[in-house]
Design a protein around this ligand. Structure first.
Ligand SMILES: NC(=O)c1ccc[n+]([C@@H]2O[C@H](COP(=O)([O-])OP(=O)(O)OC[C@H]3O[C@@H](n4cnc5c(N)ncnc54)[C@H](O)[C@@H]3O)[C@@H](O)[C@H]2O)c1
Ligand SMILES: O=C[C@H](O)CS(=O)(=O)O
Length: 484
């Protein structure tokens, strides 16, 4: 039983058109706690027909919502922001129960999720157009921005709250309506956000939260011509599928996909800061974030010192069930996640890597894994080419700046990259040479609501957050008016 202050947030129904419904055929999805493997809830497995109903509800609500004055949407979104903050502890309890992250991280995510609602509540009032000097005196030209219409969001399990508000907040702020389909592993947080949206006064039909078979629901959302925009966060593999399924209806797409972040430590770095940055970037959410450092490149002159310091800090990480005080590393999401970590470590060791700490399943069993550091990693290993999505830090040695830039860019991914140097000239050279959408200099944590979050190459399309984020939900219209 998940202990909540506000029991109304424990919802096992889907939200469509202001109604909380079960699946018409009674099908359900079991939700388990990854730390214990125990079933903690069951939510509806809606049919494709019910997904169509959700789309119809969003379509019907669109005129009323899009014609509201921007400041009226602002007021409603601000109430949603306030309610998320007021209920952050309960949202955290739900996240820790269904995703496993430690309570402190889950609370941080609830507030992070709220920050997108606060940010876009304000951005609603700043959807500006422009006037353009006409080519002739007989005309006037203006450019306006209008909401794109009915939007769909498909979100991942690793950030059950923030990946939803990072889409729903700009969509609603822009005057769009939305259907959200959360990951089957983490529906409870999404449904709780739906409860709070209702309480905030978001009208029926403006926001739907539906659970069900990913392929069936995704197939309906991508095939519908009523759905004019799809925002997806998840693996690059699924992103490709959804992109292809959206092609027949020419949907506008936002894709926040996989990563393979390099973390580069130069000889002239502040080594202690670099160790702390690597720890934060690598082991946050047990390494299950899209912007986790996946490869740690250390220049020869500081390689041994960095490795020693990092191992000492990793040894102090506390593995356990997320509700337990002091726990900093929770379980991985499921058995296949553990198997992928084991596969990457075994491959690395077989190709010459050296185990410095960890490297085994944790004594707690289930999906707990020991935080791990590997030395002598090389580009030929799977861990250099694939997103590990687990608490494993492979250390690569390099000699020159040119060499490490080439290695860092040697991937089809381009989401986040990090580097540590105290040299200002090197800072500009490296920041401009790295082929990534986001670069952290002397920081391992770069995610916030004010900056444009997103990737290049096969890490995605578009940006979330920042003043760019609302443009993903707007269409540009130009008016040419003859006045003579
Ligand atoms: N770029 C980012 O901002 C970002 C953020 C978080 C996670 N991710 C990426 O997501 C991945 C981990 O999350 P995940 O395991 O939930 O990803 P996933 O791609 O397996 O699933 C993401 C969502 O897509 C749905 N889905 C899966 N297959 C589908 C299909 N065939 N049709 C329609 N929907 C489908 C799932 O139900 C879930 O809701 C990692 O690769 C991570 O890098 C990226
Ligand atoms: O998995 C990556 C998400 O985008 C989480 S965060 O925005 O980096 O916190």
């Amino acid at each position: 039983m998940i202990k909540l202050k506000n029991s109304a947030l424990m919802r096992d129904r889907c939200l469509i058109n202001g109604e909380w419904i079960s699946a018409s055929d009674g099908r359900e999805i079991e939700v388990d706690n990854p730390a214990s493997g125990k079933i903690i809830a069951r939510v509806p497995s809606l049919t494709g027909s019910e997904a169509e109903t959700a789309i119809a509800a969003a379509k019907a609500a669109l005129p009323g919502w899009s014609r509201l004055a921007a400041k009226d949407r602002t007021a409603i979104l601000r109430r949603w922001f306030t309610l998320i903050v007021e209920n952050a502890d309960d949202l955290a309890a739900l996240m820790t129960a269904e995703q496993g992250k430690p309570l402190a991280e889950a609370k941080g995510e609830a507030l992070y999720a709220a920050s997108f609602v606060e940010w876009f509540a304000e951005e609603a009032k700043r959807v500006y157009g422009e006037t353009v000097p006409a080519p002739g005196t007989d005309k006037r030209i203006i450019v306006m921005k209008q909401p794109i219409g009915v939007c769909a969001a498909i979100t991942p399990w690793n950030f059950p709250a923030a990946m939803i508000t990072r889409k729903a907040a700009p969509a609603l702020a822009a005057g769009c309506t939305m259907i959200v389909k959360p990951a089957e592993q983490t529906p409870l947080t999404a449904l709780a956000l739906g409860v709070l949206a209702e309480q905030a006064g978001i009208p029926a039909g403006v926001l739907q939260v539906i659970t069900g078979d990913a392929k069936e629901i995704g197939g309906v959302l991508t095939a519908s011509d009523t759905v004019r925009k799809l925002s997806f966060t998840g693996s690059t593999e699924v992103g490709r599928i959804l992109m292809a399924q959206s092609a027949p209806t020419i949907k506008k797409l936002s894709l926040e996909l996989g990563g393979n972040a390099p973390f580069i430590v130069f000889d002239d770095a502040d080594l202690d800061a670099a160790v702390e940055g690597a720890l934060a970037s690598k082991y946050r959410n047990a390494g299950q974030t899209c912007v986790c450092s996946n490869r740690i490149y250390v220049q020869s002159g500081v390689y041994d010192a960095f490795a020693e310091k990092l191992v000492a800090r990793v040894a102090a990480l506390e593995v356990g069930e997320g509700h337990q005080p002091g726990v900093t590393i929770g379980p991985l999401i499921d058995a296949s996640a553990v198997e992928k970590v084991e596969d990457h470590i075994a491959d690395a060791l077989a190709k010459g890597a050296k185990l410095l700490i960890g490297g085994q399943r944790h004594a707690l069993g289930a999906t707990f894994y020991q935080p791990t550091v590997l030395a002598q990693a090389t580009q030929q290993m799977k861990i250099a080419r694939e997103e590990t999505f687990g608490p494993v830090a492979p250390l690569f040695r390099f000699e020159t700046e040119e060499e490490v830039i080439a290695m860092a860019n040697d991937t089809e991914f381009g989401l986040a990259a990090y580097f540590y140097t105290e040299n200002v000239r090197r800072t500009w050279r490296v920041a401009e040479a790295l082929e990534y959408g986001m670069v952290g200099h002397n920081s391992g944590l770069i995610s916030n609501e004010v900056a444009p979050f997103g990737g290049v190459k096969q890490s995605g399309l578009g940006r979330e957050g920042s003043h760019h984020g609302i443009d993903e939900y707007l269409e540009i219209k130009y008016l040419c008016s003859v006045i003579a």
